[in-house]
Ligand binder design. Sequence first.
Ligand code: 13P
Length: 256
Amino acid sequence: MQKLIVGNLKMNLLTIAERDRYLESFKKELQGKNVSDCEIVLCPPAIHLESFAGKIEKNDFSVGAQNIFWEDRGSFTGEISAPMVKNIGAEYLIVGHSERRKNFNETNEVVKAKINSALNAGLFPICCVGETLQDRQAGKTTDVIISQIHEGLADVPVSRITSVVIAYEPVWAVGSDSVPTSDEIMEVRILIKKIFADTFGQAVAEKMKILYGGSVKATTAKQLCIDPGMDGALVGRESLIPMELIKIAEIINNSK
Ligand code: 13P
């Protein structure tokens, strides 16, 4: 299965100059690197989607949005929709990120509506799931992940389920330096595969891509992504440094 390396650039690249420097540096760093078994997805702020999409050459990278509203059009001041980001060149959509769940009250119901809207527009949703530290300490990791997947993906028909990517991002590992062990990540990976096998059958479960996110760096990619058998990485801070994101992609690419 082709690995997926997703850079979540979050609310960064504040100026046109910064954006252009990022894209130039990304393209320069990519030259001569062996990442042919990976798809790299860059998810910039919505305002930069068009210029990122315009810079794609020879499948160097794909583009994803960080958020959408679930309606396609209408009186929703300030919002952008799935058909809009698809039309401008995005292929992927991050949905249910813990920062959105925490700061913008993105519930599983909201995640469900956004996933359906994304699939209808032809986007691949990257659905983030993961427990908080409190959940983990209370032994609730399994319950949280089961309900985030069951409720968030409740309306996805079996014919479309493999268009959804799951990103396991333990909330306590995002933007911190505490990370789970390879075994802890592998346990969650097995749990997620089992949820899909039980709901949609083994063949579907095998096709589902599961990424790991939370403090992925070149130095932690083996422990966090390769050893637990993940299908790629969702990278925050390190994706702001093109050289580091590409290093992560190379490490994962060459682990096969
Ligand atoms: P960090 O890689 O900065 O921990 O962020 C992870 C993340 O939130 C990716 O979506």
